[in-house]
Design a protein around this ligand. Structure first.
Ligand code: FBP
Length: 549
């Protein structure tokens, strides 16, 4: 057995707090039939058996007596997010509460484990080793996209063999889209397997009115904010560096915005604003350079700039380029066989003149990254693009020109950071520990009431956990049609930063002051033991979204 840290030992004893609706027997109360967020006719046609289901809310029930034992499978899908182990331990405790002879099987290394029949039984002894810990190492994760009937059939073989009646897929928007497709497929053929999704992603972009946040966002942003705070303190002590900090979050800028709200940096780019205002890379660079110059004029040759990982895809010219590249690469199987130089020439020769010009204007490394392999869901691997270096280099050049024009006097020395993987496997905060455990336990209740094609939903999250509302949301409700790999596909709509929403408005109200002055906040490390106002704070995003001032 591996050696445990003192914190690990102490955290193992933490008992996550369940919403009171889930204490003891529950009954599911049905709401109104639902509709998808957009493209209703197409989605209805694609999901005839799982479209329009009612929202479910759990209430305490006076019913006694045990249900029959049930075998359940679980899959961790996509990027790691703090709290995954608690979803699994909540699910385990939930299925055991249904009947102590129920069994839980974990498919290994993501959805691929289902297709390839790689699994392990999760016993109480194993589960107890992982309660309240970060990481997905209990069964591993992967990004195999479940979309072909052959994969569903291979999966069904092992589900039947293990007598598994329900499968829980813990994943982000793409993985829950797959969960929905799988639920529809098994329902259509009366396979006798229910499929339930759980909202996971540090990116925070899997949310809507009924899914208030995805798990992992709270912990990951607290970890990044701690380190940004430390950098800011260093920066305010030495007063000689500008720190360009890229933050994970493939698409939406929720992570950058949350960290900005927690730490009050001098500058934070919000990709959604860049897109809405149709800003170019040069506009962003000019804006940052103006902040650097203004601070320098006040004698402050230091500062912090937060950059969301997904920025590149939101700059309108880049977005158009990536969309055309996606289509081009999807219909060019020969592309992968070419060497780097030939690939560049191929792209330039086959893109429209405008997009080819944008492609050629980029630093060669960035351009190459855009034309490399997509992940299995067709996404550009933005975490590999060094936007922080690209921006600081361009800011440096701009400042040089400003200096020559007599518009800037100062020193500009830049350092670079990328915070992403550091936060994805941290021990879950109390919020994520409780939220995840409740999501898993609640998934067991959804299974028990026969639901399929639902996402486990726990709401009212800024209230104490006993007051949280538990239930299920039909996944089809979150879907719309989008172009992926050159084809229109039904997918869960991503929740981007709402520029009219309270979190962004709060940031917009203060950013000029944070830019010019030094208003840094130092959040410090996540606290697991101590007063509730230190240990149980929800994210600023959730707090402002739910009316906090
Ligand atoms: P999910 O959407 O699967 O939760 O993944 C989120 C994420 O952490 C992104 O923020 C990041 O761009 C990506 O995963 C990195 O992918 P990988 O883990 O494959 O390097």
């Amino acid at each position: 057995m591996t050696k445990k840290s003192a914190l690990q030992k102490a955290r193992a004893a933490y008992q996550p707090k369940l919403p009171s609706a889930l204490w003891g027997a529950v009954k599911a109360v049905e709401g109104e039939p639902t509709q998808s967020v957009a493209d209703q006719e197409e989605i209805k046609k694609l999901f005839p058996n799982t479209y329009g289901l009612p929202e479910l809310t759990f209430e305490k029930s006076a019913k006694t007596g045990k249900a029959l034992p049930i075998n359940v499978g679980v899959i961790l899908s996509g990027g790691q997010a703090p709290g995954g182990h608690n979803v699994i331990s909540g699910l385990f405790d939930g299925v055991k509460a249904i009947n102590k002879d129920s069994r839980l099987f974990g498919f290994l290394m993501g959805p691929g484990g289902l297709v390839d029949h790689n699994y392990m039984e999760l016993t109480a002894e194993i589960i107890d080793q992982y309660r309240n810990t970060g990481g997905f190492d209990i069964i591993g994760s992967g990004r195999t996209k479940l979309e072909e009937p052959e994969q569903f059939e291979k999966g069904l073989e092992i589900l039947k063999e293990l007598n598994i009646k329900a499968l829980v897929i813990i994943g982000g928007d793409d993985s829950n889209t797959n969960a929905c497709v799988l639920a529809e497929y098994y329902k259509a053929k009366n396979a006798g397997v229910q499929v339930i999704g759980c909202p996971k992603t540090i990116d925070g972009d899997l949310k809507n009115g009924l899914i208030e946040t995805s798990f992992g966002f709270d912990t990951a942003t607290k970890v990044y904010s701690e380190v940004i705070g430390n950098i800011q303190r260093d920066c305010n002590s030495a007063k000689k560096y500008w720190h360009f900090i890229k933050l994970m979050g493939r698409s939406a800028s929720h992570i950058a915005l949350e960290c900005a709200l927690q730490t009050q940096p001098n500058y934070c780019v919000i990709s959604e604003e860049v897109e809405a205002k149709k800003l170019t890379l040069n506009d962003i660079v000019a804006d940052i350079a103006a902040v650097v110059a203004k601070r320098a004029a006040n004698g402050n040759n230091f500062g912090t700039v937060l950059i969301p990982e997904g920025l590149i895809e939101f700059i309108p010219a880049m977005k158009a380029l990536i969309a055309e590249l996606n289509d081009l690469l999807a219909r060019s199987p020969e592309f992968a066989t070419l060497d780097a130089e030939a690939q560049r020439a191929y792209v330039i020769a086959n893109l429209s003149a405008e997009n080819a010009a944008t492609f050629e204007s980029l630093p060669v490394g960035v351009a190459r990254q855009l034309s490399l392999d997509r992940d299995p869901h067709g996404n550009v691997q933005v975490s590999l693009i060094e936007t922080e270096k690209l921006l600081s280099e361009m800011v440096g050049k701009k400042l040089k020109a400003m200096k020559e024009a007599g518009e800037y006097v100062g020193k500009f020395s830049a350092l670079h950071h990328f915070f992403g993987y550091e936060g994805r496997c941290a021990d879950p905060s109390n919020f994520d520990a409780d939220y995840c455990y409740a999501l898993g336990y609640n998934a067991a209740q959804l299974i028990n009431c026969g639901a399929t094609g639902y996402m486990s939903s726990i709401r009212n999250l800024t209230k104490p956990s006993v007051q949280w509302i538990a239930g299920g949301i039909p996944i089809t409700m979150m879907m719309n049609m989008e172009r992926r790999n050159g084809k229109m596909k039904p997918v869960i709509q991503k929740a981007l930063v709402d520029l009219n929403g309270a979190p962004f408005q709060k940031f917009a109200q203060h950013r000029a002051e944070w830019a010019e002055n030094t208003c840094y906040v130092y959040p410090g490390p996540i606290q697991y033991f101590g007063p509730a106002e230190v240990c149980d704070q929800p994210s600023r995003t959730l707090y402002y979204e739910q009316g906090g001032k």
